[in-house]
Design a protein around this ligand. Structure first.
Ligand code: BGC
Length: 711
């Protein structure tokens, strides 16, 4: 006799409606009417009765450990089956200790930092009774108009995959960390970042080739790293909403990747397939969702109200439903909920560890590595003796943590003016030029250095916050021109959730792209400005010169008519009114160190598929500052059946240098690095000539060619 698993024996005793309940996630205020939890999205009238809500399998968001305990208890007191609720929540860049927004974190090019961020976020979330975090967002982003670039890791496949993988490891590493780990739900499957014109929720129409090559690898890496759940995206793909897209949910996820993760719809998205024009009504949506492979619906009641009818009239087999429910119960078992339904929730511990000194220190470490220095004309680091005028809307603004930190609080952190205090001779947050008085202008003029703190408000990025114009809002360019014209030396600090147009600003004496850095923003910026730390961030997205260049990314194809400045031919791939290149390229970022690259060596100029290629480069720090350098390795496969990008990041390492230190940095490439995915997701590799490029950014590289032979 085959022994039943624990999940199977639980399922055996469940009624059909109890099983369907497990496939539904409800917001907490359905149970606690004065719930403190913040839940995004407009709630429809779910039309659920008391019996139904006590069959639901999970809850979205929770206000505190106290609330979690209260809700779980109330639920178990009323539920007939006694299967505890799973609590899930959006922990995007920290729970109460807030870390840099993901696009900033990506600028660190440091997966170890991402792992630490996720680890601490998990510890804090766990004590509040959260079992599953909706993070990381693995969507590749090439369009800065899209508000959600702030939640992702940028335009590169390897960087997005590595950061996603590290976050998943940090959240979930039960074996390594034991208590205090959570499960995670990666999102948004798939291709959400390619929404047309950068408008949120808009159509996605990408080739299968681009899907497999560019968009899918990060989700796959995150799943392989141990994510137990995957959320579908709001967009359509090939004309079918991802929520009910069988190709994505069955063919790719289950068949190609053999993945067992639970699938969950995004907020109300199963209902929205009707608006998409992909289902007649809820009955149709429920059928299509289930058949496509959607396990749980979030914040809507299509399954709860319709699935039972489909089973009763024979459209859906109950055994197919059992498979889904088993996945959910198995996860509840894995998370220890049957041993302790209140698992994690600990009122005292939450108070003790959230925002602890250790966690804030980690937040500062992450912030220090996330800032990208785009210009420095021998101004930074400041000596400490300068008289500084600090102006602009961020001069004494407490909202520096960035969008979507559900439990993060702006008002408990220090402003720039509070931290820079003793160096300041003048502070003003006025953002409009005409508001400055004559006296104020004179005071600013008399300062040795002006620090101009400008950017986008946190509310201008994030979900449903796309912009068609990504220049500095509210005439801040005028404020910049004014500051430039009256300052002896000008440091510009930019706060933003996306790449902005910076053309004018590049004549700053120093330009720091700060994104939003979390709880320790001001402290980290202070340390960087005064040289207590050295900038090491690199851009995870290309910064365009104008909106017309979008989408712009470094790993594009060559075309049949690549632009060449030296050529007299006008019929080349170019614009008449703007260069092809971005203003600041992917992988770019300055340091107080000056790094010199030389002696790029390959172990061989021809390797076979069984061999690996060893690469080394000598890097010398030419001055006395100490700091990190992100060493980047790109390849180009010159000729293939399916054309390959002109450059692809294949490896990167963040290496520490003492003053005047030289180091030889090594890398290794093997057949996997030289292979590519075709339009069916199959890996291919071909004989031929490749180039390997090693450098400090995607455009500043040393290169050597070699041959690859399949044997
Ligand atoms: C977002 C998801 C999020 C969910 C739950 C949706 O609107 O797209 O990223 O996880 O809400 O809050």
């Amino acid at each position: 006799m085959i022994k039943q698993t624990k999940a199977e024996s639980i399922i055996k005793n469940m009624s059909l409606s109890e099983k369907i309940g497990q496939m539904t996630q409800l917001p907490p205020y359905i149970y606690i009417h004065n719930s403190e939890a913040v839940v995004y999205g407009t709630m429809r009238n779910l039309q659920l009765n008391e019996t139904q809500i006590y069959t639901a399998g999970s809850v979205l968001g929770i206000g505190s450990p106290k609330e979690m305990i209260e809700l779980q208890k109330k639920y178990l007191d009323n539920a007939t089956h006694q299967i505890p609720l799973l609590f899930m929540a959006d922990i995007i860049h920290g729970y109460k200790t807030i870390f840099p927004v993901p696009i900033a974190l990506a600028s660190s090019f440091n997966p170890d930092i991402a792992r630490l961020v996720a680890r601490i976020s998990a510890l804090e979330a766990y004590t509040s009774g959260i079992h599953i975090v909706f993070s990381p967002m693995c969507d590749l982003t090439r369009d800065p108009r899209w508000g959600r670039v702030v939640e992702g890791f940028g335009e590169d496949v390897l960087l997005t995959s590595s950061m996603s993988e590290a976050m998943v490891e940090g959240y979930t590493n039960f074996q390594k960390f034991g208590e205090g780990s959570v499960a995670c739900c990666i999102k948004h499957f798939a291709g959400y970042g390619a929404c047309e014109a950068g408008r949120d929720y808009n159509t996605v129409d990408i080739s299968r080739l681009s899907l497999y090559r560019d968009y899918l690898p990060a989700y796959k890496k995150a799943l392989d790293a141990g994510a137990d759940m995957i959320m579908t995206s709001f967009n359509t793909l090939d004309g079918v909403p991802a929520t009910i897209n069988k190709f994505l949910l069955r063919d790719v996820l289950r068949e190609l990747w053999l993945c067992k993760a639970i699938t969950i719809a995004d907020y109300d998205a199963l209902n929205q397939v009707i608006e998409h024009g992909a289902a007649f009504d809820q009955m149709d949506a429920a059928y299509k969702g289930f058949k496509a492979g959607l396990d749980i619906e979030m914040a809507s009641s299509v399954y709860m109200n319709m699935l039972e009818k489909h089973v009763n009239n024979g459209n859906i087999e109950e055994s197919a439903l059992d498979e889904v429910v088993k996945r959910i119960i198995d996860l509840k078992i894995k998370l220890g909920l049957f041993d302790n339904p209140y698992s994690g929730a600990n009122i005292e511990k939450e108070k003790q560890i959230c925002l602890s000194e250790e966690h804030l220190e980690a937040s500062k470490k992450a912030a220090l590595e996330s800032v990208v220095m785009l210009e420095n004309k021998q101004l930074l680091p400041l000596k400490g003796t300068e008289k500084i005028a600090l102006i602009g809307p961020y001069a004494n603004n407490r909202s520096l943590i960035g969008p979507w930190s559900w439990m993060g609080k702006d008002d408990i952190h220090l402003t720039l003016s509070e931290v820079f205090d003793k160096h300041l001779v003048f502070v003003s947050k006025k953002s409009v030029l005409s508001d400055y008085t004559k006296e104020e202008i004179e005071e600013i003029r008399s300062a040795d250095v002006v620090i101009l703190a400008i950017g986008e408000d946190a509310s201008l990025s994030g979900e449903a916050h796309s912009r068609s114009d990504i220049s500095l809002p509210n005439k801040q360019e005028d404020l910049y021109s004014f500051a430039r014209s009256i300052s002896k030396k000008l440091v510009t600090l930019i706060f933003a959730g996306r790449p902005l147009l910076l053309n004018k600003l590049s004549d700053s004496d120093a330009l720091l792209y700060c994104w939003f850095l979390g709880s320790q923003s001001s402290e980290a910026i202070y340390d960087l400005c005064f040289g207590f730390a050295n900038p090491s961030g690199k851009l995870p997205m290309s910064f365009p010169r104008n909106v017309g260049q979008i989408p712009i990314y470094y790993n594009h194809f060559n075309t049949g008519r690549p632009f060449n400045k030296a050529s007299k031919n006008v019929y080349l791939s170019k614009y008449l009114d703007v260069k092809n290149e971005p203003l600041y390229p992917f992988g770019f970022g300055l340091s107080y160190c000056v790094f010199h690259y030389e002696d790029l060596k390959l172990s061989s100029y021809s390797i076979t598929s069984k061999e690996k290629l060893d690469i080394s480069v000598k890097i010398t720090n030419k001055n006395n500052y100490r700091g990190f350098e992100v060493v980047q390795v790109y390849i180009r496969d010159y000729v293939a059946e399916i054309v390959r990008p002109i450059k692809e990041l294949k490896k990167f390492k963040k290496v520490w240098f003492e003053g005047f230190e030289s180091k030889v940095v090594d890398f290794e490439l093997n057949i996997d690095d030289l292979s590519y995915l075709d339009d069916s997701g199959n890996s291919r590799c071909e004989n031929g000539k490749f180039s390997v490029m090693v450098g400090t950014s995607s455009i500043d590289v040393l290169s050597e060619d070699f041959y690859f032979l399949i044997n």
